[in-house]
Design a protein around this ligand. Sequence first.
Ligand code: PLP
Length: 428
Amino acid sequence: MPLDDILPLDAHALRADFPILQTRVRDETPLVYFDNAATTQRPRAVIDAITAAYERQYSNVHRGIHWLSELSTGLFEDARTAVQRFIRAERSCEIIFTPGTTASINLVARSWGDANLRASDEVLLTEMEHHSNLVPWHQLAQRTGCRLRFLPVTPNGLLDLTALDELLTERTRFVSVVAVSNVLGTINPIKTIIARAHQVGALVLVDAAQSVPHDATDVRDLDADFLAFSGHKMLGPSGVGVLYGREKLLDAMPPFLGGGSMIDRVTLDGFTSADLPEKFEAGTPPIVPAIAMAAAVHYLEAVGLAAVSAHERRLTEKMHAVLSRFDGVRILGPDPGLKGGIVSFVIDGFNAQDVAMMLDEQGVAVRLGHHCAMPLHAKLGVSASLRASFYLYNTLDEIDRFAEALQSALRMLKPKGGKRPASVPAVG
Ligand code: PLP
């Protein structure tokens, strides 16, 4: 089927819901926003939910007996239920509001990790993890002496599952793995990895920062023990994210942060913890961000995540096709059929920063650098890459604009070592 055929969702129509997409870069050039893996934009419905909460519904939650506190508590708990349904969790107490994916992973590493791991134990990660799913485990290893092991990435950007036989042993107590790589876009076979880990008795945390926003998630079908994601990567506000955990596991874990809300009783001699989910929500939680995150959930449900992922697949296919016309471009990661809407690449002979700046001058926002995955970039033998990442409001036309901008950037830039790639393609 030709790439320009009808899209499964009308991105042009959806764009009207996103005020920021009408922005002109430096007041001139229409914005092409291809930095969605870093953070997404907000539809009017989410902005309105924030405004309504602060204008009419705001008070601290769970604390007052007054009307306004009951109102905001009700909305906050409705948000929890919305997230519970969104990821098909069994109970709302399994949804812990945190500041984001990073905080969720740290919570598990600190609480479960410190309580359960010893020097003889192993934690299995992969070579394609975001620093958020590496550093907390390095810190845990420093505290407990446990050993970190890594599932390798193949040259074409997939996890090498054949290594599981050797890496998963009775010493493996915990596996933490990314569902969709924020660099390669690779969609990992999470369900298989979870089943294999469970066979040796290990628990599994899924870093779902790049998967929950883009495709349907069912934690019960996955059989995940923990799953972490962020509001700001799924049309919601920054400052809020989620840790899903199986009730039995969360119940058995000690609280991570101490303070108000997470206690049942405090004396000068000690404290007892509150029940779930408050046990893990010390202090004033992200009240309005959580309420607005629920608005984002409702928006995504109305559009339909199947349509979102199909749409992104088309954009990714077109991006691969466009980039393959440029000599010297190397796309990191697998073919479009195996990845989400993330396309990272390097261009032989050109400095990635120069290219990113030239794209920006033409209104195209892409990401530049190691994307918080230094070990993966080291493995791929590149110090920095350019990354275009899509969401439901991106269009095929924008990829044409990107191609024109890239073509003109490469024409104007001086290649490293003075050697220009053999050809810069005609675009159109
Ligand atoms: N994990 C992955 C795969 C990510 O892409 C990101 C953010 O880019 C994170 C974790 C961290 O998310 P946050 O910064 O919202 O905590």
